[in-house]
Design a protein around this ligand. Structure first.
Ligand SMILES: Nc1ncnc2c1ncn2[C@@H]1O[C@H](COP(=O)(O)OP(=O)(O)O)[C@@H](O)[C@H]1O
Ligand SMILES: [Mg+2]
Length: 265
């Protein structure tokens, strides 16, 4: 791929929390209108990578370019411009409990634009329609199911018509049917709008449904990158462990066994 095609370009990204290395030399590009899934067990650094894409954290080494802008070097003003092109649905959903759904979705429009209130009302209704929450604008978050709260969070992420949409575990904690509904919604958004998406998940079914490409993370490194078919055929033992749900103990036994085979040489 020509580097200039990449909407998101991550180069040699390494990051630490204290002295602990969390991400190690990540190199990834996300193309325009592509859905890249970051797949991996919990604790492998998926959310950390997402926060770096959002420029909420600075890496120890390496760079994140959004549309060619190096967010590690950008001024605060440039960063704000870049962030406005990104919508994010965090794992927690993070709706404000004291506000109606409509006010939650309107918040970025009221804070970041000078649009007329009547225009904002129309935009809010459009976003709620888009995520299947027509008529729920006056509800409070606590009155909704988990799946509906996710949808409302998504409506808010879409409020500013972002070019890049980031999801952290959109179907975590949802029953399989509700989770499938969220996947279908993501697929529909992908068909309807020219969105570039990064979806963090540990759910295989979801990943296989929505991904154009999958980057598999393990202990802060990308250990496989490719289409769904390519990932299914990847020979890396940690990829196969994940796909076949092999417990960690069994992996350690296997590694010890392999070591014993070569010990005599
Ligand atoms: N703010 C933080 N401070 C210190 N350690 C953190 C912080 N956030 C995450 N970690 C650690 O970094 C590792 C990766 O975390 P995370 O990116 O949340 O993984 P994932 O999203 O794949 O579950 C974990 O071991 C986690 O405990
Ligand atoms: Mg996470």
């Amino acid at each position: 791929m020509d580097a200039t095609d990449a909407v998101i370009r991550i180069e040699g990204l390494t990051t630490h929390y204290g002295t602990r290395r969390i991400l190690n030399n990540i190199n990834l590009q996300v193309r325009a209108r592509e859905t890249l899934v970051l797949l991996g067990a919990s604790g492998t650094g998926k959310s950390t990578l997402l926060r770096h894409i959002l420029a909420l954290e600075r890496p120890t080494e390496g760079h994140v370019f959004i549309n060619g802008i190096d967010t590690c070097r950008a001024s605060e003003e440039e960063l704000n411009r870049v962030r406005r092109r990104m919508g994010v649905l965090f794992q927690s959903g993070a709706l404000f409990g004291s506000m109606t759904l409509a006010d939650n979705v309107a918040l970025p429009l009221r804070e970041l634009t000078k649009l007329e209130e009547s225009t904002i009302q129309i935009m809010v209704r459009m976003k709620l329609d888009l995520v299947g929450l027509t008529g729920f604008g006056d509800y409070m978050p606590a009155q909704l199911s988990g799946g509906m709260r996710k949808r409302a969070g998504l409506a808010r992420a879409l409020a500013m018509d972002p070019e890049i949409l980031l999801f952290d575990e959109p179907s975590a904690g949802l029953d399989p049917i509700t989770a499938a509904g969220i996947d279908a919604l993501i697929l529909n958004l992908k068909k309807t709008f020219p969105l570039t998406m990064v979806v963090v998940t540990h759910e295989l079914v979801s990943a296989f449904q929505i991904a154009d490409r999958i980057a598999m993370l393990h202990e802060g490194e990308v250990i496989a990158l490719g289409t769904v078919e390519e990932i299914k055929q990847a020979s890396h033992p940690r990829v196969q462990q994940f796909l076949n749900r092999v417990p960690e103990e069994q992996m350690r036994d296997r590694e010890a066994y392999l070591r014993s085979l070569t010990a005599g040489f």
